[in-house]
Design a protein around this ligand. Sequence first.
Ligand SMILES: [Zn+2]
Length: 91
Amino acid sequence: MAVPKRRTTKSKRNMRRMHIFIKEPTLVTCDKCKEQKLPHTVCSHCGYYKGREVIDVLKQDKKSSDKKSSDKKKTEEKEQPIGMGNMSKKK
Ligand SMILES: [Zn+2]
């Protein structure tokens, strides 16, 4: 098995990882309630999509939207190496 001769420095490692981060999600404003929502999705606030009601928000408040969104937040914690990567590129 090939073994690296030199340890990768913090600088080189961070330069390599400069593009590895979770981007901020694109958000659009809902036409119905003016709330921020993901594009091409049903608004979780009012339950409308393309001007018609898809989800009855008043009945399904607790079940659907809350659990799914909390799972996604766990993956967003890897964002730290951004700053160091940016510093090393500017030379
Ligand atoms: Zn809405």
